[in-house]
Design a protein around this ligand. Structure first.
Ligand code: MG
Length: 539
C-alpha cells in the first residue's frame, strides 16, 4: 500500500514541505496548483524537485466546476481541462481530481455529468492521463459519493474513475457502507481526513478544521474498512486542511500524519477479514496496568527541597540506586524517583528546564511489545548506557521532550527496585496516598492533537471531549486521555496565551512538560488530617 499526503496539509514553502513529507516516510504527494504558482519555477522543475525527494506525484488537484455546464461555458471548461492536462504532463503525474461543481450555471442531471466526463475521458486518454471524480459535501448537484459513483458508472470510460474522501462522506453523516458496493478498480484514489464534531457550515468546517485520522470524531475506521472491502489497492492519502497545521512544524505534522495512517491501517487489518492492507505488522495497543514511577531531574539543592516536600506528603526515602545519584521515595504504590546525576538524559533535562519531571515509567503487560508497536508507529526509541547490575528497561522518546519507560512483571522489569536499588530502611506512616491518579501535561494548544494521537495510537486509551477551562488570562483547553480501567489517566492542557497559568508554565519551561501529578487517596479527610499534622500548608 502506498501512502500519500496533500502538500496543502503541511506548513512551509514547497521544498520544506517535501523534505518533511519524505522524512516521515510517505511514498508520494497530492500536489496543489497553488504550490507551483507560489513557487519560483514551473511545473517541470516542481515535478523534478518532488522526485528528487524520493516522492511521486500521485494526484494533481483540484479541477473545479467542470461538469454539467451549458455552452459556451462547457467548451471553456474543456479548454481549461486541456491546459491542466499539459501542466500534469510537465509535472509528471497521471491522475487529476475533479470535484463536483458548485458553478452557479451548472445544470445538474446525472447523465449530463456522465456525458461530460465520458468526453473528457477521451481527451485524457490521448494524453495518457486519468481523471477521478469526487463528490464535494457542498457540491451544488452532486454531494454524495453514491451519486458521484453513478455518474462515473454511466460515464463508462477506462480513464474516468471515482475519488472517495472520508470527510465528504462522514462530514455529511452519510454511511460509508455503500462504498463497499463500488468496484475497487473504479476507485482511482482515496483521501482520508478526520474532523472534530462541530456544527458549522460544511465548507468552512472542511477548510479549517480537518485533522488526521484518529485526531477527530469521525468514524474514519469504518470508512476505511469499506474501502478495503472493495479490493482497492491504490494509494491512501491524507488531505487535511487545518489552520493550526498550516502554521505548525512541517516535520511534526508529517510525522503525526504517518503515525495516524499506520495506526488506522493496523486497526482496519484487525477488524476487516480480507483483503489485508500491506503494512508492517505490529502488536496491538498496549494495555497499561499503572504508573510505576515518576522521575524528577534536579540538582542537589533542589533535590533536598523536593525530598522535604515529599517527606511532608508522607513519602519515605525508601532506597538509593546502586550506581547512580538517584533516590526512590515511596508511599502506597507510588514511586517517585529523584535523579541528580551529572550526566545523561535527566541532567540534560535539568540543564534546559530546571527541576522537572523528565521520565514516566508505565507498568504494562508486555514492555517489549509496547516498544515494538511504538517503533512501527515511528516513535523514536530511547537508549542510555546500562551499568553493571542494571536492567534494560525499554524506553521511548515521548512528545514534548520527555522519556517514557515500560516495565512488566513477566520479564522481571518491575523488580527494578530490588535489583537496582538498595533499601535505606526508612519507613513512613504515610498520608494515605495510594497511587498516581493522573499526570497533567501542559503544552501549547497547537500541540494537543500531536499528544492525544501519540497516546491513543500507542496505548489502549480513549480521549474524553475537550473542556474549555476559563483562566483569568484566557482559555485553556483540557482533555483527558484515559485507559479503560483508569490505570493511566493523563490530562492535556493546551494554552493559547502566555497570560494563562498553563501558558505561563509552557513559556517558563521552554516547552511542554508535566505541570502536576495528582495522587489518589482512599480517604481524603484522613489524608488532610495527616498532612496537617505533618505541617503541610494548605491554601
Ligand atoms: Mg478531497
Amino acid at each position: 500500500m502506498k501512502t500519500g499526503i496533500a502538500t496543502v496539509s503541511i506548513a512551509g514553502e514547497l521544498p520544506e514541505k517535501l523534505a518533511a513529507i519524505a522524512a516521515a516516510g510517505f511514498d508520494g504527494v497530492e500536489i496543489f496548483e497553488q504550490d507551483f504558482i507560489a513557487h519560483d519555477s514551473g511545473p517541470r522543475d516542481v515535478g523534478q524537485m518532488v522526485r528528487d525527494h524520493g516522492l511521486e506525484i500521485m494526484l494533481f488537484q483540484p479541477f473545479r466546476d467542470f461538469e454539467g455546464l451549458p455552452e459556451p461555458d462547457r467548451a471553456r471548461a474543456f479548454d481549461r481541462a486541456k491546459r491542466k492536462f499539459n501542466v500534469m504532463q510537465e509535472l509528471g503525474t497521471d491522475l487529476m481530481l475533479i470535484c463536483s461543481s458548485v458553478h452557479p450555471k451548472a445544470l445538474g442531471g446525472i447523465d449530463r455529468a456522465a456525458g461530460d466526463l465520458n468526453a473528457l475521458g477521451d481527451v485524457a486518454i490521448e494524453h495518457g492521463l486519468r481523471v477521478g471524480y469526487e463528490a464535494l459535501a457542498w457540491g451544488t448537484h452532486v454531494n454524495d459519493h453514491r451519486d458521484a459513483w453513478e455518474i462515473v458508472r454511466r460515464a463508462d470510460h477506462p480513464s474516468i474513475g471515482l475519488i472517495v474522501d472520508s470527510f465528504h462522506t462522514l462530514g455529511r453523516k452519510l454511511s460509508p457502507e455503500s462504498v463497499r458496493r463500488i468496484p475497487g478498480d473504479k476507485i482511482f484514489f482515496v483521501q482520508l481526513a478526520d474532523a472534530p464534531q462541530i456544527e458549522m457550515d460544511l465548507l468552512y468546517w472542511s477548510r479549517h478544521f480537518r485533522n488526521m485520522p484518529g485526531e477527530g470524531d469521525l468514524d474514519v475506521r469504518t470508512f476505511m474498512q469499506a474501502v478495503v472491502a472493495t479490493g482497492y489497492d491504490g494509494p491512501i492519502s491524507l488531505e487535511i486542511f487545518n489552520d493550526q497545521f498550516r502554521g505548525g512544524s512541517p516535520r511534526a505534522i508529517a510525522e503525526d500524519g504517518m503515525r495516524s495512517l499506520m495506526a488506522l491501517m493496523d486497526d482496519v487489518n484487525r477488524i476487516e477479514p480480507a483483503p489485508q492492507l500491506d503494512i508492517p505488522t505490529m502488536p496491538p495497543r498496549t494495555e497499561i496496568e499503572g504508573v510505576e514511577f515518576i522521575e524528577f531531574a534536579a540538582d542537589e539543592v533542589e533535590a533536598s527541597r523536593l525530598g522535604s516536600l515529599l517527606t511532608t506528603l508522607g513519602f519515605a526515602h525508601a532506597a538509593d540506586h546502586i550506581n547512580k545519584d538517584v533516590s526512590l521515595w515511596r508511599q502506597g504504590e507510588i514511586n517517585i524517583v529523584i535523579n541528580t546525576e551529572r550526566e545523561g538524559f535527566a541532567h540534560a533535562t535539568y540543564l534546559s528546564r530546571g527541576t522537572s519531571v523528565c521520565d514516566i515509567g508505565l507498568r504494562v503487560k508486555d514492555a517489549a511489545e509496547t516498544v515494538r508497536r511504538a517503533e512501527a508507529l515511528k516513535v523514536k526509541l530511547f537508549h542510555q548506557r546500562i551499568d553493571q547490575g542494571e536492567l534494560h528497561l525499554p524506553a521511548i522518546h515521548s512528545v514534548g521532550g520527555g522519556i517514557m519507560h515500560f516495565l512488566d512483571a513477566a520479564s522481571g522489569l518491575t523488580d527494578v527496585w530490588d535489583v537496582e536499588f538498595k533499601a535505606t530502611g526508612n519507613a513512613s506512616e504515610g498520608a494515605g496516598l495510594i497511587r498516581v491518579d493522573h499526570v497533567a501535561q501542559t503544552m501549547g494548544h497547537d500541540e494537543m492533537l500531536t499528544w492525544s494521537l501519540f497516546y491513543t495510537s500507542l496505548f489502549d486509551a480513549s480521549k474524553r471531549p475537550v473542556v474549555d477551562v476559563v483562566d483569568p488570562g484566557g482559555v485553556v483547553r483540557s482533555q483527558v486521555i484515559e485507559s479503560s480501567d483508569a490505570s493511566l489517566r493523563i490530562t492535556l492542557n493546551g494554552a493559547d496565551s502566555n497570560r494563562t497559568l498553563a501558558g505561563h508554565f509552557v513559556a517558563g519551561r521552554l516547552g511542554s512538560a508535566v505541570q502536576h501529578v495528582a495522587f489518589e487517596s482512599g480517604d481524603l479527610f484522613e489524608t488532610e488530617r495527616r498532612l496537617r499534622a505533618r505541617a503541610m500548608a494548605f491554601p
